[in-house]
Design a protein around this ligand. Structure first.
Ligand SMILES: [Zn+2]
Ligand SMILES: [Zn+2]
Length: 363
């Protein structure tokens, strides 16, 4: 009776989870529309209310400065250029993290002469074997995959195929994703190997944009809205539009700022959100045994950022300030480990002859 009860509970839980995942998937485009509409509203209010307030002209503030000085004109131009740059970076990185595939575990074969089911399956297996073999013997002790007799290979029961290190199954997208971080409903996509960079930079630009809007609006809000006595609203837009934008920028800036800080820490320590929880458990197990847990993907803060942003001979540090597409370092299936960095034989394979050759050992 008790077993029956427990199995019914489990089935109910599974059903609720499936419904929730289905909802997240179906509602994805609506989340994107809401996000775009809110950003567009704040940008519109900025150019029609904040900008005339910051740089008064004859039209918006009768009786004030007759003609703006050259310095004021320059400052106004600089503000417009700066905000257009900020909006471009924001839009570009948002678009890219929505449109970039985070990384499929097994790509479809490129050209198949006889496209039969059997051929497809056999080619999939060959692709998998070629792309995912290496890092097992380079693992250091206490990696959670090697503990408690767990098999070395990783297998996804839902996709019914092997998966590389750091890949995880997303229940919303219903497939395995390379170096998966999490599923984000606001981009209707998973954050994984190929779009993590765009997602992170989107968070950073969004945070800067919210902070900027909040700072340039705070005086206006204090003097003209809260202490509005006999103040006559001189703009075409409703006062509520500005109040809403101001409060929205504050709230979203706070939330996004927290998230950006969290991802900065994860990148600095060579982890994904999913791995962080696994590493926490491994750390506790290691501690109870009197051992020390080492995250093998943590190459040191500087190198972690270099790997994450693909900084090297081709792409310099300043490329993170530009709205341009840049691929991640590596193939998303095999990863440079701290063990490989220390082993001279592995180092010659990994650092001298792989995508990671720009990583400086001595850095
Ligand atoms: Zn899977
Ligand atoms: Zn997903």
């Amino acid at each position: 009776m008790r077993i029956l009860y427990q199995s019914s509970l489990l089935r109910l839980e599974g059903c609720i989870l499936r419904c929730f995942n289905g909802f997240v998937w179906i509602a994805g485009p609506a989340f994107i529309l809401i996000a775009v509409a809110l950003v567009a509203l704040v940008a519109y209010i900025f150019y029609t209310v904040n900008l005339p307030f910051l740089f008064p002209t004859l039209q918006t503030s009768p009786g004030q400065d007759e003609i703006p000085s050259p310095a004021q004109r320059l400052a106004r131009l600089a503000t417009v250029i700066w905000t257009i740059y900020l909006l471009s970076c924001l839009a570009f990185h948002y678009y890219m993290c929505i449109m970039t595939d985070p990384g499929r575990v097994v790509d479809r074969p490129r050209i198949i002469a006889n496209d039969t089911e059997r051929d497809r399956n056999s080619e999939d297996m060959v692709l998998f074997e070629v792309r995912t073999e290496p890092v097992q013997e380079q693992r250091i002790p206490l990696n959670r995959d090697n503990q408690e007799g767990a098999p070395k290979g990783r297998f996804c029961k839902k996709c019914r195929r092997h998966k590389p290190d750091r890949a995880h199954h997303c229940s919303v997208c219903q497939r395995c994703v390379l170096r998966m971080d999490h599923h984000c409903p606001w981009i209707h996509n998973c954050v994984g190997f190929y779009n993590h960079r765009y997602f992170y930079l989107f968070l950073m630009y969004m945070f800067v944009a919210c902070l900027y809007y909040f700072v340039v609006s705070v005086n206006f809000f204090r003097y003209e809205i809260l202490g509005s006595g006999g103040f006559k609203w001189p703009y075409d837009q409703a006062r509520m539009g500005f109040v809403f934008s101001f409060l929205l920028a504050g709230a979203i800036g706070l939330a996004i700022g927290g998230m950006a800080g969290w991802h900065t820490w994860l990148i600095a320590t060579g982890q994904t959100t999913i791995e962080h929880y696994g590493n926490q458990t491994s750390r506790e197990i290691a501690k109870s045994r009197g051992d020390i847990f080492i995250n093998e993907y943590d190459l040191g803060t500087r190198r972690n950022f270099k790997v994450f942003f693909n900084i090297g001979r081709r792409y310099k540090w300043w490329t993170i300030l530009l709205p341009i597409p840049i691929p991640p370092m590596g193939d998303g299936r095999t990863f440079l480990t701290s063990h490989a960095m220390l082993s001279s034989s592995a180092r010659s394979t990994w650092v001298d002859a792989s995508d990671y050759r720009d990583i400086n050992i001595a850095a």
